[in-house]
Design a protein around this ligand. Structure first.
Ligand SMILES: CC(=O)CC(=O)SCCNC(=O)CCNC(=O)[C@H](O)C(C)(C)COP(=O)(O)OP(=O)(O)OC[C@H]1O[C@@H](n2cnc3c(N)ncnc32)[C@H](O)[C@@H]1OP(=O)(O)O
Ligand SMILES: NC(=O)C1=CN([C@@H]2O[C@H](COP(=O)(O)OP(=O)(O)OC[C@H]3O[C@@H](n4cnc5c(N)ncnc54)[C@H](OP(=O)(O)O)[C@@H]3O)[C@@H](O)[C@H]2O)C=CC1
Length: 291
């Protein structure tokens, strides 16, 4: 099926990045969120990131203006019902995602494809709560979306071949590369990445190193572009904890036990960059380690 219109749920760091790449690729995008504030911030971020691409001569000012004009925002999730493709990118909590799909269902076209950008939650289970498990897939972008080349494609047990082929074409049209993963907790990237981040938090918790030494060690010693604690702050510590809990519960193996220090940061509301404080404090000129 030809995809022209895309409805995106959640205007947070992933949702606005996903709107950015779809609109630049020529799709008509409608972005929805539960708060006007998040929609305003999401649009401002898209504009800022496109401005940066103009400055770096990756796109022209005209391309940016065309793309921005293809993005609409709405507080009513039902407004995105008539889209050809839905990308759900709301908070990483299964009850939230399920409720969104339930609210959307009566407003969808029969042929609409549903996708979730979930980092870890079972696609089969999310799909089973909708009226179209055969047209439901995991479409997992990486952060920052405009920069990272990969999109993981996850088929649920019932996803049909046509939907999979359509989504392969969509990923290609965005200039990204797809990697297909089976539907097991946290798929491929986060099955490997999050235990590493969790281990970095244990390394901090046990006093093997401080925030700065752990990040410097992995950046300069293993050529990672960001240290694991800096990356955790970038992803969002709430999201990191949610992914570890899905791994721990879904695979029933103690090796995925979330570090108590990660839980403590989340309980404090220190969620990383998005809340101004995490393993680093971002409220001043330069980030300052909190341990
Ligand atoms: C949790 C999940 O479910 C899955 C995940 O996403 S896990 C997270 C995966 N992501 C990562 O691992 C990111 C690791 N970090 C990096 O790769 C790099 O630090 C980074 C790309 C984020 C920034 O790179 P950097 O070199 O430190 O900064 P910077 O020079 O500002 O940016 C590099 C390029 O990206 C561009 N860029 C950075 N952020 C951007 C954004 N949000 N939008 C558009 N362009 C952006 C910059 O303009 C720059 O472009 P040029 O190469 O043309 O100069
Ligand atoms: N962060 C990352 O690096 C990555 C995250 N992901 C996944 O993407 C999804 C979003 O993550 P991310 O963007 O980081 O999270 P954010 O917290 O930045 O954004 C989530 C957004 O969803 C909104 N939201 C919450 N409930 C609803 C709802 N019922 N309807 C509409 N919008 C809602 C939130 O609004 P409010 O703020 O008002 O609550 C917020 O604006 C998650 O599933 C996450 O696992 C995937 C790849 C990478």
């Amino acid at each position: 099926m030809g995809i022209k219109t895309v409805g995106i749920v959640g205007a947070g760091q992933m949702g606005n990045g996903i709107a950015h790449v779809f609109s630049l690729a020529g799709y008509d995008v409608t972005l929805t969120d539960i708060s006007q504030d998040s929609l305003d911030r999401g649009l401002a971020t898209i504009r800022k990131n496109m401005d940066r691409q103009v400055t770096k001569e990756k796109i022209t000012a005209e391309t940016r203006d065309d793309a921005m004009s293809r993005i609409r925002t709405t507080l009513q999730v039902t407004d995105i019902g008539p889209s050809d493709l839905i990308v759900e990118a709301a908070t990483e909590r299964e009850t939230i995602k399920t409720a969104i799909f339930e609210d959307l269902q009566p407003h969808l076209k029969p042929e609409t494809i549903l996708t979730s950008n979930t980092s870890s939650i079972s696609i089969t289970r999310l799909a089973s709560r909708t009226d179209r498990p055969e047209r439901f897939m995991g479409l997992h972008f990486m952060n920052p979306v405009p920069v990272m080349k990969l999109v993981e494609l996850i088929r649920g047990i019932a996803t049909d071949e046509e939907t999979y082929q359509t989504m392969l074409q969509v990923v290609d049209s965005l200039g990204k590369t797809a990697a297909s993963a089976e539907d097991f907790p946290a798929f491929i990237v986060n099955r490997i990445l999050l235990p590493m981040i969790n281990e970095a938090v244990y390394t901090l918790y046990e006093g093997v190193g401080n925030v700065r030494s752990i990040d410097t060690a992995l950046k300069l010693g293993a050529a990672h572009p960001m240290g694991p604690l800096e990356l955790a702050d970038f992803i969002g510590l709430d999201t990191c904890l949610a992914i570890m809990n899905v791994l721990y519960d879904g695979l029933a193996d103690t090796k995925y036990r979330p570090c108590p220090l990660l839980t403590k940061y989340v309980e404090a509301g220190w969620l990383g960059r998005k809340s101004g404080r995490g393993f680093y404090d971002y409220r001043g000129e330069t980030p300052v380690p909190t341990r």
